[in-house]
Design a protein around this ligand. Sequence first.
Ligand SMILES: Cc1ncc(COP(=O)(O)O)c(C=O)c1O
Length: 643
Amino acid sequence: MNSLHPIHYPVANPSIGDREKEYLQDCIKSNWISSSGKYIVQFEKLFSKKLGPGHCVAVSNCTVAIELALRALGITLGDEVIVPNLTFAGSAAPIQRIGAIPVLAPTAKNNWNIDVNSLKNLLSPKTKAIVAVHLYGVPCDIKPLVAFAKENNLRVIEDCAEALGAKIEGNYTGTFGDIACYSFFGNKILTTGEGGMCMAKTLELAEMIKLYKDHGMMPKERYWHRVIGYNGRMTNMQAAVGVGQLESIENVIKRRNEIHEIYQEYFSKNERFLNLELDDTYTCVTWLESPVLQRESQLDRNQLQEDLRRDGIDTRPFFYPLSSTPAFNRFGDNDPNSDYFGSHGFNLPTYTTLTNEDIRFIGAAVCKNAEKQNLQVNGMTLPPVYPSNNQASEKIDISVILPTYNEENNCARLITILRKQMISISQNYEILVMDDQSTDRTVSEIEEKFVSDSRIKVFVRSGEKGLALSIYDGIAKAKGNYLLIMDSDFNHDPSVTSKMVQFALHYDIVSGSRFTTGGGMDSSFRWWGSLIFNTWLRILLILPTQDNLAGFFCIKREKLESLDLDAIFRNYGDYFFRCLYHAKKKRYSILEIPIYYNERTYGISKTNFVKTLLLYVKESLKFRFQTLLNRQQTTDNRLSLVF
Ligand SMILES: Cc1ncc(COP(=O)(O)O)c(C=O)c1O
């Protein structure tokens, strides 16, 4: 990260109010500055009242809280303790420090917390406990986790360092397991500078924590060490600040959640960002706003952070999965979801003194920088032609036209991929399915799957049937500035479509090719047949292009409209060589990019290959001679330049 850019918005900014200062002065005046005093007792009681129920023991930080909790639960040398792979090291280090073995659990798919379904695979006769982390303010699936623990006689420690105030079914996280641990570090929802809390389900457990926290001495048995303990004490001064903070904690949680709501105006409807799938009964708390980039957004998270820093906005990356770090890699394997969240998530400034305007500035800066990055292809920066505004508007940038006839199982899947491709360049797109009265479930499948997405429009055609005519109808209906025309049966590689649109900013037509370097078809008869026929077309029509049959292209609407559409689409035979021919007549610049496909992966060709080729030979000859005929009648000089 470049540190030359001044930061206007740090990620966190603690707020210490008048109450905190008053109580702190009281401590200093009274000289109760160490780890005894009334504020410790008050802090523990008030914490339990507001965020419990539970038996609270204030401690020096959350890492120590977890270590004390493990000790109090009797976890010892050689025991195994399951802990999420994606968490801060402070959740897992105490396990190893007491001589037990952390066992790293994978992350759930649509929520960055522990995957509860993975627990049974991690279980061994040595497993004694689970450290369940509620990461970034989102409750983990603690109820099934506790049920699993009960069935298998395991103890549960809830790591609530980042989730003070989150709830499940109206109950605070931290009240489900045996002991909950909290952090009061300066960036946390409640801060005492440094500090932590253990909240135990039973008084006995709380007593054990107290024993370990104070050198293994019971309060009434001074210097009599029952166990080897720690110094894990919190000071009265820290607790005084804690009491002041607790008095207004409800307002703090409310404001933090308002901050999240404002950020969500920028992220929740923007398909570059992931929306977590959470149970309705979960109430998150906003510790740090935590957007996660969609895999398909093609955005580089680190680059985005760098760009935001340039705008004066500090961010944090999500934690590295512990399995990827030298300290913890021997405790578990990498898992794809931890890798994904770890590399695509980041934290934004979140603190109560941010104004709504500040939040909007930051939200807009994230979207603007993401958009800018999407418009960079192969190292060259493309002009930002798409609006930076992410609110959906009536304006449509891209129309994808998909002619279909009996594409059940193909087209719906294709649309799913296309949606992700399109969103990486614009929110304003539409996908037009031009169906030639399919006799299978093509239409119903698409309608069922995309019922709530008004950008997917299905038209069942009634006129004369045919591929070219379907596309012709699609062009008439399309509203986009750019039109992308392709087959609906995976004959064309959907993963290149976003690139095609981006290159279409620089070229008049961008077409897919199986014959440019990196493209390809299967090496059989079809490949040779296509190559020979393409060569034939190149010679016959003097075309510059190698694949004149692909039919997979992106073109600016006004460019297509100024071609002779009737001649291209209202005739039998492949429309694409005619399109290229007319484009060449207009001196359009044409870029061919490889389609990468080796063969038609999913779709089955519904036409007889040899018959079609012969028909195309006939059609191309007809077309060629008609053109020559027209040429004799026309005074258009440009034709003579072409031939
Ligand atoms: C999930 C989690 N667990 C544990 C800790 C450790 O907290 P402390 O810094 O109070 O030791 C943190 C700190 O950020 C955390 O995020």
